[in-house]
Design a protein. Structure first.
Length: 409
């Protein structure tokens, strides 16, 4: 069987070389179709990679967010719950320590408040953040220090502020002089122990205090959000399941009290959207591939008519229908593979030319992505097109009567 297949492909290559110019004209459709398909798939793969990079640069894929669900659905109408559970510093610490995988916990509450700042005659509006974490990684300290874990556990009256607040409060004086001053939030004073580095995008005051300075009533009115940053992405599902079990065990009254959110869902949604886009564009471009397949069938039908005598002689010498069928199918697949290869090369060259043009109009770090899935898809399409559109000419050749075929000369 393998010997026959090898012989059939060898004969196919000889016949293609003998009619090379005619074959090239006939496969022009499949070359263009495959080139368009390669370009579209490569550009979509590049867009998907760009989207995933943007998602991962703005959010962490290793984070699990815990939010209190303060609403319930009654007769398709969302209503605010009268009673609901929430996380405070104590139970959040217990939750973090119960996990089997290492995770760094952040519990925070934020609100807009009117604060009294020492050094200013009138109160000022500020974003107040109560946090169980000493300091976020994206908030570098310029002067002094942030509050520590011990400060949070003890409920110490300390705070650190952003550069904008310190500069507004001190005017032309140095922000270093603001260390030791006081800021009053909801009637409770906190001593400023640090000032964040300057951020040019800031345009309002920000005050960071330990979350333990907030009362239980205040926490219930504005439930804190918890974030657990896992060490490895693959541990996220495990940690998420452990958090769900812990919440059900410690807050059994209502299983809908908390909502767990992971950023993996965003990546999955983007992947589904690009998959849909890839399928739609593939179907549209696939029309060109079908046209190319018709071209292959045409060249094979002409070949059958031109080689009628040859077929008759082979059958008269003992060749079976299957041998003739295999020969022309091999020729069809070979032509299709040859055209697909040329289309693949043309498609890669086209994307190399298209990407710089895109960058002229859109200033983004976008590149086409060439994946093995694309190359595998093209190879499968080439074989399938060769078999589908070569079956009729091959069957027609195999059915020729040897006597009638020889007489046609």
């Amino acid at each position: 069987m393998f010997k026959k297949a090898f012989l059939s492909f060898s004969l196919a290559q000889q016949n293609i070389r003998s009619r090379l110019f005619h074959t090239l004209l006939s496969i022009l459709g499949i070359v263009i179709g495959v080139a368009a398909l390669v370009s579209v798939l490569s550009l979509i793969d590049g867009l998907e990679k760009f989207a995933q990079d943007q998602i991962t640069s703005t959010t962490s894929l290793k984070a699990v967010m815990i939010q209190t669900n303060t609403r319930k659905k009654v007769n398709n109408v969302w209503l605010k719950k009268e009673e609901y559970n929430y996380l405070n510093y104590t139970n959040f610490t217990k939750l973090t320590s119960s996990l089997s995988k290492p995770a760094q916990g952040y519990l925070s509450i934020s609100s807009s408040e009117e604060v009294t700042v020492e050094g200013m005659a009138a109160p000022m509006g500020a974003s107040v953040v109560g946090s169980a974490a000493p300091r976020a990684a994206d908030t570098p300290i310029a002067v002094g220090r942030a509050f520590s874990a011990a400060d949070v556990a003890a409920g110490s009256g300390v705070a650190y502020v952003n550069y904008w607040l310190a500069k507004e409060a001190m005017g032309a004086e140095s922000v270093e002089d603001y260390i030791g001053r006081s800021v009053a939030v909801r009637g409770r004073e906190a001593k400023v122990i640090g000032v964040l580095k300057q951020n040019k995008d800031e345009n309002h005051a920000q005050v960071y205090v330990p979350i333990t300075l907030f009362t239980e009533e205040e926490l219930k009115a504005t439930p804190p959000k918890g974030i657990l940053e896992v060490g490895r992405v693959e541990d996220v599902p495990i940690v998420k399941a452990e958090i769900e079990n812990w919440l059900k065990l410690n807050f059994p009254s209502d299983s809908t009290n908390f909502v767990l959110i992971t950023n993996e869902a965003r990546v999955e949604q983007a992947s589904k959207a690009f998959l849909l886009f890839r399928i739609v564009m593939g179907l549209i471009v696939g029309i060109s591939v079908l046209v190319g397949g018709i071209g292959i069938m045409n060249v094979l039908l002409i070949s059958v008519n031109e080689r009628t005598v040859e077929i008759g002689v082979r059958k008269a010498m003992g060749a079976k229908k299957f041998d003739i069928l295999l020969q022309f199918l091999a020729e069809s697949v070979t032509v299709s593979l040859f055209g697909s290869f040329l289309g693949l090369v043309l498609g890669v060259l086209a994307t190399m030319a298209i990407v710089p043009i895109i960058k002229v109009f859109v200033d983004v770090p976008f590149q086409a992505a060439y994946t093995w899935n694309t190359f595998f898809t093209i190879a499968v399409i080439a074989v399938v097109i060769g078999i589908i559109f070569g079956t009729y000419p091959a069957t027609r050749a195999a059915k020729l009567n040897p006597v009638d075929a020889i007489r046609r000369e």
